[in-house]
Design a protein around this ligand. Structure first.
Ligand code: BEZ
Length: 348
């Protein structure tokens, strides 16, 4: 069994067509068929059902595809990491989720460049999950995000927890209330914008104590739990874990906002708030966005926060990462932000 045979199988399995697989691999159709046949003969297993169109995998083929594609991806990661170890790039490639950019990131990069004038930094806007693949493929060396990841290749540092603030239209009756409570916000349409949901395991133990749903009006596309007044009295509570990050914050206090609208990102969510379409919660560093139309107010709850994580590979820590961490801590010190100094461990 060799890599050529495995790559031929992967191409056919993914494209479900010999002609599409020949275009992808650059092999002729007879060569592709021969490699696949050799693989099946060596394994003594039929992997592809050739008698149906589009082609599909046998049960054994599906199992083999699931396992072998993971192994081949890991092999690519190992090759790319080995190449980087031998000649680390002089550029530090940094991935970040958009909400990080509104906060301290520009200041941290300026501090890093001030202390290391020769450093070259490349910033890439990239979602939390994609950062994991980008770290493995070498597209980025470090990623800033707001979710913890459990991945055997990745290590992470929790930098700090940032308080959420509520974003309300300026004309909202609560717009000038300085200290807000989630319970007072639950009667509004809540605009949700997270693309990444919390891992189930972090939420299974926090089923709402009681769903204090405030109203049952339907203004929008998503009334929560099809609320009816009777729900407030005798209905059993939902035991499904809440994984949507903003709903999770409300659920911690036993509250279900009565109406939600989901949008593609944080900028759109703030646009809708500005247009008077609802309210949302954003990390405090977003407080400078659209301030003519939006009023940002503190929440009294200290644990309504969004974490900021730094991720990198376990086996390869780019030589400039300690400098980046020290720039972050310098900015925290200048701003009086409480933090705990941490280091990434280099396994090699
Ligand atoms: C922060 O707000 O703590 C932060 C923002 C960007 C990068 C690192 C930290």
């Amino acid at each position: 069994m060799d890599l050529k045979q495995l790559n031929a199988f992967i191409a056919v399995a993914e494209l479900r067509s010999f002609s599409a697989a020949t275009a992808k691999t650059g092999l002729s159709q007879p060569s592709l068929s021969r490699l696949l046949k050799q693989l099946e003969t060596e394994m003594g297993v039929m992997l592809v059902d050739r008698y149906h169109r589009p082609l599909h995998l046998t049960e054994a083929g599906t199992f083999f595809y699931d396992k072998i594609s993971t192994i081949l991806t890991e092999m690519d990661t190992v090759i790319s990491m080995t190449q980087r170890l031998s000649t680390p790039s002089s550029v530090l490639n940094i991935g970040f989720v958009p909400s990080i950019l509104y906060g301290l990131l520009p200041e941290i990069i300026a501090m890093l460049k001030q202390s290391n004038p020769d450093i070259e930094v490349n910033l890439k806007d990239i979602s939390s999950y994609q950062q994991m693949d980008a770290l493995k493929s070498g597209d980025i060396d470090i990623g800033f995000g707001r979710f913890a990841h459990q991945d055997p290749w990745i290590q992470q540092i929790l930098l700090r927890h940032e308080r959420y603030v509520v974003a309300l239209p300026k004309s909202h009756p609560l717009a000038n209330v300085r200290e807000q409570r989630l319970i007072d916000l639950a009667n509004n349409r809540l605009i949700l914008y997270h693309q990444t949901h919390l891992p189930i395991s972090t939420t299974t133990t926090t089923t709402p104590i009681a769903n204090k749903t405030i109203a049952n009006k339907t203004i929008d596309n998503k009334p929560i739990n099809n609320n009816k007044p009777s729900r407030l009295r005798n209905q059993p509570l939902s035991t499904e874990p809440v994984t949507e990050p903003l709903l999770y914050l409300f659920a911690q206090y036993g509250i279900s906002p009565f109406m939600t609208t989901t949008v593609s990102d944080l900028q759109v969510a703030l646009g809708l708030v500005a247009a008077g379409e609802g309210i949302t919660l954003v990390p405090a560093s977003l407080k400078t966005v659209r301030t003519e139309q939006i009023s940002y107010q503190r929440l009294i709850h200290e644990n309504v926060t969004s974490p900021i994580y730094l991720h990198t590979l376990k086996d390869f820590v780019h030589p400039q990462i300690p400098e980046l961490l020290s720039a972050i801590y310098q900015v925290y010190e200048q701003r009086g932000i409480t933090y705990r100094r941490q280091k990434f461990v280099s396994q090699l």
